[in-house]
Write a protein that binds this ligand. Sequence first.
Ligand code: AMP
Length: 420
Amino acid sequence: MSKFQNAPGTFDLLPPDSAAFLGVREAMTAPLRAAGYDYIETPTFESTALFKRGVGESTDIVTKEMYSFTTRGGDDVTLRPEGTASVLRAALQANLIRGSLPVKLWYSGSFYRYEKQQRGRYRHFSQVGAEALGAEDPALDAELLIIGDDIYRGLGLTEYSLLLNSLGDQKCRPVYREKLQEFLRGLDLDEETRKRAEINPLRVLDDKREAVQRQLTGVPLISDNLCEECRAYHEEVRRLLTAAGVKFLDDPKLVRGLDYYTRTTFEYVHSGITGSPTAIGAGGRYDGLSEELGGPSLPSVGWALGVDRTVLALHAEGREVAAGDQLDVFAVPLGDQAREVLFELVTTLRRSGVAADFGYGSKGIKAAMKAADRSGARYALVLGERDIAENIIQIKELATGEQESVSFTDIVTTIQEKLK
Ligand code: AMP
């Protein structure tokens, strides 16, 4: 054991579990790639000001959870707590939006939030995200909602729900916000919540505390206060989801507190991670964010799916996720001459598309065969001094223990035949 440990709130992804993470990541990204989304990769740190603007000064993320520091050169930077602000910043900076819209992008990577550690809540976590920039079209919202649902269902998850809401737009939201504030001012709330009601009133709806929820009976809901355009837009999203066979629950208290989040907002929640519904993915429209960052009007929609939490959800449902890569052969050399010949053979096999590994280190036959068994390979190739003299090699099928000798000259084609 070394004297160092991973930092609190982080974990190492180790084999064999790491294969599940790769499998989930692949299951999340393949449908995006097949739906016209292009890959984008942005730096893991950005100027702190971007996140203050892009995530919002009054959010928990910005006030409590960012890993921010000043560099040696005096720049204020932050490890990214989420992906949307960076993706939009990069798209605006490179003017990706000059051509036909929407520009559809996907990303995958690490994110950082200084959170209180609990199951499914880490300080370093992994997301796959998608952003569709520059179009106001209910079909685009529906596309992302359907793809997200297909991803979870494709992974075999059944015990999750898709919660859906509309937050209105610049026209109807401010009217609703006033109405909500008026209602909240009449409640018996603690100082901090009272303050939140003034800065970020929609967030109060999200408050999980029983004492707050109890008082929210009869609170005005955004769903009853949408303007005609927002209502029609939302109805169309719902219609498209239903037509695609995607089940969802209307949740008029599902909110995002900031003004640039508009219309469609949603969460995929799973109950098996902490015992209460926990988001395994979330997203929505952010029609006002581009302008917030100094860009042009650019109505957009996106989501981010949590890789770590999705793996936990799969475990909770007792689902197996993709196993690791399967080795075809494991080469076991017996003696120095065999070592030289087999090492060359392994290179040739790999170059012919056979997944091969080699018994490194000077092991006896017993330890070497044990390594072959553990490798999960289908065949062991065993070569000794006498085999070399006779120009043959032994092929052992590891599952059955069946063994045969094959002419060394034919070994590559023989293996390829067997693997077909
Ligand atoms: P958010 O940007 O908070 O809506 O997060 C999007 C998704 O990322 C969530 O639904 C989670 O699945 C995942 N996520 C967010 N924060 C964390 C965290 N601290 N640890 C693990 N997963 C997270």
